[in-house]
Design a protein around this ligand. Structure first.
Ligand SMILES: [Fe+2]
Ligand SMILES: [Fe+2]
Length: 282
């Protein structure tokens, strides 16, 4: 029997905090009266984040004509909501990189980004209105894995290696070894960060989208499809076969069949190819 959320929290102990700058940026971005100046001041305290934002403002995907050299310009160019995305992405990257070591750390981050790009591309193809939210939720979907590998380095590392060598299904092995899985841990973390419900629900239910809250079910289904696409591109740990149940559920939720899914495959692969620079740079 799975453990209760209280037992889970007791098992996990202190969770990694949302980086302070990120917390402040999210607060400012959510405030309708906030000014560019306020946002600029907070971001400027973090050099790495500032560099990332300038890079993204200048990246080809935003098709800028002139070079963006100052943070204020970048904020004006990208807008609050994109800045918010960059900040969430940067927090995700930070945490994924702290988790598993070496090769696997890069793989976890690439898996998150490919899932995010693919999920958003499916969302656009299916005319889902909140595609940026799909992107962010997908970026965070496996964050529980990082928390587990930070908390239980040896045991989780050994388990990941077995999954990597295709000796079993990750989710089942997590439950057998720990009594909880990365989806439950991800939800606990994102809940403690007080981040959007869509992101929390995607972390919790990407392996079982039918269980997601009704208002987030379509979004979680798109994350599940992104996840499946990432694994079928061999970006991540595990085989696409292990995701046949979430994929079936996602199709049911979105009201489409395999043939429709396949008809969008080229569009999604093109998006992955186009946004690859984002994967390399970030
Ligand atoms: Fe997962
Ligand atoms: Fe995943």
């Amino acid at each position: 029997m799975p453990i209760t959320p209280q037992e889970l929290i007791a098992n996990l102990g202190d969770l990694p905090p949302l980086p302070q700058v990120a917390a402040q940026v999210l607060r400012i971005a959510a405030d309708p009266d906030a000014s560019t100046d306020e946002l600029q001041k907070v971001i400027a305290t973090d050099q790495a984040l500032t560099a990332q934002i300038l890079k993204i403002a200048n990246s080809a995907m935003f098709g800028m004509m002139r070079e963006v050299t100052t943070l204020t310009q970048a904020i004006m160019t990208l807008g609050f909501s994109t800045i918010k995305s960059v900040v969430i992405a940067s927090s995700a990257k930070h945490l994924y990189s702290r988790g598993v070591t070496g090769l696997q750390e890069r793989l976890m981050w690439e898996h998150a980004l490919v899932t995010a790009i693919a999920g958003r591309a499916y969302g656009r193809a299916l005319r889902f209105p909140r595609t940026e939210e799909v992107f962010l939720a997908a970026l965070m979907h496996d964050i529980g894995k990082s928390v587990m590998s930070i908390k239980f380095a040896d045991r989780y590392g050994a388990m990941i290696r077995s999954v990597y060598n295709e000796q079993g299904d990750g989710l089942t092995m997590e439950l057998d070894t720990f009594g909880f899985d990365h989806a439950m841990v991800g939800e606990a973390l994102l809940h403690s960060w007080n981040i959007a419900a869509s992101i929390e629900q995607a972390a919790r239910w990407h392996h079982d989208p039918l269980q997601a809250a009704p208002e987030q079910r379509n979004l979680v289904a798109l994350v599940a499809l992104g996840n499946q696409m990432a694994l079928s591109q061999k970006i991540g740990i595990g085989t696409p076969d292990s995701l046949s149940i979430p994929t079936t559920e996602a199709l049911e939720i979105l009201g489409i069949d395999e043939a429709v899914l396949e008809s969008h495959q080229d569009t999604v692969l093109e998006a992955l190819d186009r946004d690859k620079s984002l994967i390399m740079d970030f």
